[in-house]
Design a protein. Structure first.
Length: 142
């Protein structure tokens, strides 16, 4: 925690592989709507432009995989949150997958089901690799 202009705030930090909060969670459409409403109420930037856009873009039958990348900083009076990778099936084209960044409060994130089985985790890796094969570009990590 740091003090900025007499306002206590949290520092932004990276979520590392070995951290207990490095997990993969799955969100249903109702969960995403809760996230969207909370993001709008808090003025967080990584969200859909509207609930209608969310419902058009994300296929309702498929779960959205969420994996935290950062612990967001900000005033300690705001809820703790993560900036997550969100992998999903697009509602506009059959079988096409999308990936974006989404801010998710820690409170909501921790209520979502965690993917723990090897089969479930392979499904996430397969979805991610499919995006790479279709031309997604990952920056060099080294």
């Amino acid at each position: 925690m740091t003090l900025t202009q007499d306002r206590p705030s949290r520092q932004r930090s990276e979520v590392q592989w070995g951290d207990p909060d490095f997990t993969v969670r799955v969100a249903a459409t109702d969960d995403l709507l809760r996230v969207q409403r909370e993001n709008t109420a808090n003025g967080w930037s990584r969200r859909w432009s509207s609930e209608g856009a969310l419902l058009r873009q994300v296929e309702s039958v498929a779960g959205v995989f969420l994996c935290p990348m950062l612990r967001n900083g900000g005033p300690i009076t705001e809820p703790e949150s993560y900036r997550c990778w969100a992998w999903f099936v697009l509602g506009t084209e059959e079988g096409t997958r999308g990936v974006t960044l989404l801010d998710v409060s820690r409170a909501i994130f921790e209520t979502l089901p965690e993917l723990e089985s090897p089969t479930e985790l392979r499904r996430v890796i397969k979805a991610t690799m499919a995006r790479v094969m279709l031309g997604s570009r990952f920056e060099d990590m080294w």
